[in-house]
Ligand binder design. Structure first.
Ligand code: ADP
Ligand code: MG
Ligand code: MG
Length: 251
């Protein structure tokens, strides 16, 4: 589904990604871990097509298409979803309206007719049940005054509604309580399917107690310096990142 080769990216003069190689198949969940500042959020942003970054080298193929050549909205239409590390608040716009616009925009890009009010409501009801979200949250302004847990539930709901092929979740470095972690994990697990791949960017080994990844990758100074099975996350929890740094510097 996703094939990243020698991906290098900069902001201004600063090179942040220094040659990322990563292959992701449909049905897989990959966790990306690594010390603060290693480039995890940059990688997520580059895949979603945020424009602050200059791609200086490398290729990214998504279902065989050149992803780097696609505009962000075309990436969304092709099935890439990024749950932002810091979700935006949009006063005056309810989640319902936001999602209706986003969904129909995606459908338009795919050459599909917009959903009418009845179809949209039916889909909403189905997905609300799936991720166990309350109607009242959906009629409030997007993310405004939401608790950490409510923001997460909302993100998971957006993901359920948009049915991405590749979901990228970039988790905040702090401030997520155990309930919020569970909400994210339950959502990701419910949305697991043989057709969908997920990239979970996280500092939290704890999150990976609930979302069992197929692969764990450690990003350090803009490179994936170690990959392994789910047990690698436990090893990182136990030993921290110093041994990874030492190994990477030695190499
Ligand atoms: P992580 O998510 O692993 O903590 P980031 O991708 O956020 O890492 O950041 C990687 C590096 O890029 C850091 O050194 C950070 O300071 C730098 N960086 C990120 N965004 C910007 C920006 N907009 N301008 C300048 N430097 C940035
Ligand atoms: Mg960070
Ligand atoms: Mg980050």
């Amino acid at each position: 589904m996703l094939s990243i080769s020698n991906l290098q990216a900069s902001i201004g003069d600063k090179q942040i990604l220094k040659g990322i190689n990563l292959q992701i198949n449909a049905g897989e969940v990959h966790a990306i871990m690594g010390p603060n500042g290693s480039g995890k959020s940059t990688l997520a942003s580059v895949l979603a097509g945020r424009e602050d970054y200059e791609i200086t080298e490398g290729t990214v193929l998504f279902e065989g298409e050149d992803l780097l050549d696609m505009a962000p909205e075309d990436r969304a239409a092709a099935g890439i979803f990024l749950a932002f590390q810091y979700p935006v608040e949009i006063p005056g716009v309810s989640t319902t309206n936001f999602l209706k616009t986003a969904l129909n925009e995606i459908r338009k890009h795919r050459g599909q007719d917009p959903l009418d009010a009845v179809q949209f409501l039916k889909l909403m009801k189905e997905k609300m049940k799936l991720v166990n979200i309350d109607q009242s949250l959906l009629s409030r302004s997007l993310n405004e005054g939401f608790s950490g847990g409510e923001k997460k539930r909302n993100e998971v709901f957006q993901m359920a509604m948009l049915e991405p092929k590749l979901a990228i979740l970039d988790e905040t470095d702090s401030g997520l309580d155990i309930d919020a972690l569970r909400i994210v994990a339950e959502g990701v697990n419910k949305l697991r399917s043989p057709e969908r791949a997920t990239i979970v960017v996280t500092h939290y080994q704890r999150l990976l107690d609930y979302i069992i990844p197929d692969f764990v990758h450690v990003l350090y100074k803009g490179r994936i310096v170690k990959s392994g099975p789910k047990e690698l996350a436990l090893e990182l929890e136990e030993k921290g990142y110093d041994w990874i740094r030492a190994e990477a510097e030695a190499a």
